[in-house]
Design a protein around this ligand. Structure first.
Ligand SMILES: [Zn+2]
Length: 449
């Protein structure tokens, strides 16, 4: 008996075989496959290849036929404040400092866990709908956001935000460090949720507290993230307070490292970009938020050329006002060209890399952001029969320039389908609609407007 030959040709088991017209893999060669399939087992991709080959090779428990669609990695949102969906459209058309101090911070101080949970679930619904499968968050009472994400099947890295001490949330640094330790411990066994240390910014947290919090991140071996160099106004505040620009404050404290992710980096000079690159520090670009708050245009292509890992984020729904990574991906590509006076700057492949592989590194989760054997099965499908996606010459171009995010018809994390053809499988969106109305009344009362 040729038992070995028989075993080799016998179909292999897998949980799910997904077929699609095209797969943007975002693997190391950036292959785009046509008439392709992805085999998934235990939440991981085990093979990507042409459909005929995989169809003959596998005997899947389930099949998902996405003919007429293209698969791509789930987008990774490198910077957001998920529960800020509660404040979407509440204070618009203001510069950063007026917006924060006069409108956002007074209401945020009164938010409770019930409201934050509703805001977080609203945010999760929008992320799932627009093809985002993982996000790096920063806010208060982060256990609530972690439970919302885990409950609806999204990946999250949670950052319990803090300012100088004492604060309304944390009377001392020790109380804050303890809260972060217990958050990390609470989600340690959850495969979808991780933790990061998250001081607000270099102009709101004193240098010695930034340094102490970095030690905590090192001791827990988790990422450290903060807002940095968001606008020339912030630079002026740092110069006034400490006589140093924002990047210099971090450099002096030894806080430039691959463990670090800096959000915005709009106002950075050539020498500072070289320091970010040499230290392996990660940056997240937030184009819509930077435009809306009139913070400026980040020199993204210059940072990438220098070797900085630059991911992409939406920022909160109050300064964007969307959590739609497709819009930010398109804006990153368009704004990069104007910033650098060069139509080839931040090209489509670069923008897609930022929103997938680069953001994954910013989360400290580098295995995300690609469809490749041995990597988590976090994928989305775009409907190629949408009028704005016909005809197709270049799938990556369509993903970046032509898609609005509303073409997403399937969102999957770890092999679990969270959204398919208009149906949210892990969230009660009509219930959330009623909760949102209740929240709007609360925000009006809390702000006295
Ligand atoms: Zn932010």
């Amino acid at each position: 008996m040729a038992s070995t030959a028989f075993a080799d040709s016998a179909p292999r088991a897998c949980d799910l075989l997904v077929r699609a017209d095209a797969v943007i893999t975002q693997d190391d060669e950036r292959r785009v496959l046509t008439d392709a399939a992805v085999a998934i087992l235990n939440g991981m991709v085990i093979e990507v290849g042409d459909y005929a080959t995989l169809d003959a090779r596998y005997d899947p428990l389930q099949r998902l036929d996405m003919s007429g669609k293209m698969l791509m990695p789930g987008l990774v949102n490198g910077h957001t404040h998920l529960p800020m969906t509660l404040l979407r459209g509440f204070a618009d058309d203001l510069p950063l400092m007026d917006w924060l101090e006069g409108h956002i911070w007074p209401v945020e101080a009164k938010l409770d866990e019930d409201l934050l949970g509703i805001g977080a679930r609203l945010g999760c619904a929008e992320l799932i709908r627009t093809g985002c499968t993982a996000f790096l968050n920063g806010y208060f009472h982060e256990r609530v956001t972690g439970e919302a994400a885990s409950g609806c099947g999204l990946r999250a890295v949670l950052g319990e935000g803090f300012f100088a001490f004492p604060s309304p949330f944390f009377p001392t640094a020790e109380v804050c460090w303890e809260a972060i330790r217990s958050l990390e411990e609470h989600f340690r066994d959850d495969p979808l949720v991780r933790t990061a240390v998250t001081p607000h910014a270099a102009f709101t947290v004193p240098p010695e507290v930034l340094a102490a919090s970095f030690e905590l991140a090192e001791s827990l071996d988790i990422p450290w993230q903060t807002h940095l160099a968001e606008s020339p106004t912030e630079t002026a505040v740092c110069l006034g307070k400490y006589g140093m620009r924002p990047v210099e404050i971090l450099r002096r404290e030894g806080l430039l490292s691959p463990r670090v992710t800096l959000h915005h980096c709009v106002d950075v000079e050539e020498k500072e970009i070289a320091q970010l690159a040499a230290s392996g520090t990660n940056v997240v670009h937030n184009p819509a938020s930077n435009l809306k708050l009139c913070s400026g245009m980040s020199p993204v292509q210059a940072m990438l050329d220098a070797g900085v890992n630059v991911g992409l984020g939406t920022d909160g729904a109050s300064s964007n006002n969307q959590l739609n990574m497709f819009r930010d991906m398109g804006l990153a590509a368009l704004m990069g060209k104007v910033r650098h006076g060069d139509a080839s700057a931040v090209n489509a492949q670069t923008a897609l890399d930022m929103a997938t592989r680069n953001s994954a590194r910013c989360l400290g989760w580098p295995e995300l952001g690609r469809i490749q054997a041995g990597h988590p099965a976090d994928m989305i499908a775009l409907d190629l029969s949408s009028p704005n996606l016909m005809p197709v010459f270049n799938h990556v171009s369509h993903a970046v320039y032509a898609s609005t995010g509303m073409e997403v018809c399937m969102t999957m994390v770890a092999g679990e389908v969270l959204y398919l053809y208009g149906e949210f499988r892990t969230l009660d969106v009509s219930g959330l609609r009623k909760e949102a109305v209740r929240c709007a009344k609360w925000v009006r009362n809390a702000s006295g407007k």
